[in-house]
Design a protein around this ligand. Structure first.
Ligand code: NAP
Ligand code: NAG
Ligand code: NAG
Length: 317
């Protein structure tokens, strides 16, 4: 019985390995548009695809980021300034892409731009704090996608959305997890809709990686600001000790982060270049061995795991 199971698993992985090795042809003719290329995954992916000979159209938030990227890449790569929260900026970038790809259409769209702050216990936050994150991570991405979809359809291309393990398990408060759950929901419905047109949609679900979104300094500064402006009642209920342990936990955050960002960008590259891209890619051991299995567990167990690692408010019963 075990022998059959092992043989079956072996065969499954062999077939999958063979299927996933097949790469699409004419890569140097293909255009890929990536958002958030100033730093982190976006920047690395832009460099990686450029080195592979694809035509990269890289959107950066700032001119400084764009300049830095151009210095590190070939003349094939072109940059545009894009703030995904501004409708005019998105429309202008879409027009810019259209002028470049013309009749060939856009082979790849990578929705990568994202922010993680302000994050904290829900009660410490205001509606505006939620709006800030949802505007970039969810509505910005939807706007970019809707504007570029006609070009992607023309090329029968690919959409790659950067979600997160936080789109599988909601283990902290604020807009970030909500935005990533939203990315998962949208990608699922649109994958089904777009399959009629030969467009494939993949999601990348990274664990913790060492980039600006996980910067310890930024998190600590933001927590302190949230605490300072919190209502007296909230301060009383949570207590200074809670803040202290919360800060301490964050101090250790960077140690938990994987340094090798290529684990993520290799998934993105596969989603863009393989004949048979996966629907979901989880990147990093924490994502594969902890958070992904966690997302399939009953809520009771997930709750217990989250309580176990979290500080308790002063007035907890
Ligand atoms: N690092 C992780 O552990 C992790 C885990 C799961 C998912 N993710 C996701 O991965 C994606 C990339 O993040 P990263 O880790 O590579 O961090 P990052 O280095 O901060 O990259 C995010 C990029 O988005 C840009 N950006 C921010 N606001 C924008 C806006 N309004 N319009 C356009 N661009 C904007 C940033 O520009 P500036 O640099 O100029 O601010 C930056 O280039 C995000 O969607 C993030 O949620 C990250
Ligand atoms: C992006 O746009 C928002 C408002 O739409 C603005 O608050 C923010 O400062 C802009 N970011 C940059 C870097 O221009
Ligand atoms: C992700 O992919 C789908 C499919 O193309 C797209 O329509 C959607 O707006 C993208 N963004 C989000 C936030 O899901």
């Amino acid at each position: 019985m075990w022998l059959y199971l092992a043989a079956f698993l072996g065969l499954f992985y062999l077939v999958r390995w063979y299927r996933e090795r097949q790469i699409v042809s004419h890569l140097p003719d293909k255009y890929v548009f990536i958002t958030g290329c100033d730093s982190g995954f976006g920047k690395l992916l832009a460099r990686q695809l450029d080195a592979r000979g694809l035509k990269v159209l890289a959107a950066c938030l700032t001119e400084k980021g764009a300049e830095e990227l151009r210095d590190q890449t070939s003349d094939r790569l072109e940059t545009v300034i894009l703030n995904v929260t501004k409708t005019e900026s998105v429309a202008a970038a879409a027009q810019w892409v259209k002028e470049r790809v013309e009749d060939r259409g856009l082979w790849g769209l990578v929705n990568n731009a994202g922010i993680s702050l302000p994050t904290g216990p829900n009660e410490w936050l205001t509606k505006e704090d939620f709006v800030t994150i949802l505007d970039v991570n969810l509505l910005g991405l939807i706007d970019v996608t809707l504007n570029l979809l006609p070009l992607v359809r023309k090329a029968r291309g690919r959409v790659v959305n950067v979600s997160s393990i936080a789109g599988r398990v909601s283990f902290f408060g604020g807009g970030y997890c909500i935005s990533k759950y939203g990315v998962e929901a949208f990608s699922d419905s649109l994958r089904r809709e777009l399959s009629y047109f030969g467009v494939k949609v993949s999601m990348i679900e990274p664990g913790h990686f060492k980039t600006a979104v996980n910067s310890k300094e930024r998190f600590l500064k933001s927590f302190q600001e949230l605490w300072d402006r919190a209502k007296p009642e909230v301060k009383q209920v949570y207590g200074e000790k809670f803040l202290e342990s919360y800060m301490k936990k964050t101090e250790n955050l960077e140690q938990k982060c994987t340094e090798d960002l290529s684990l993520v960008t290799n998934c993105m590259e596969h989603a863009l270049t393989a004949h048979h891209p996966r629907t979901r890619y989880s990147a990093g051991w924490d994502a594969k061995l902890l958070y992904l299995p966690m997302s399939y567990l009953p809520s009771l167990l997930v709750d217990a795991m989250v309580y176990w690692g979290s500080p308790r408010p002063a007035k907890a019963l």
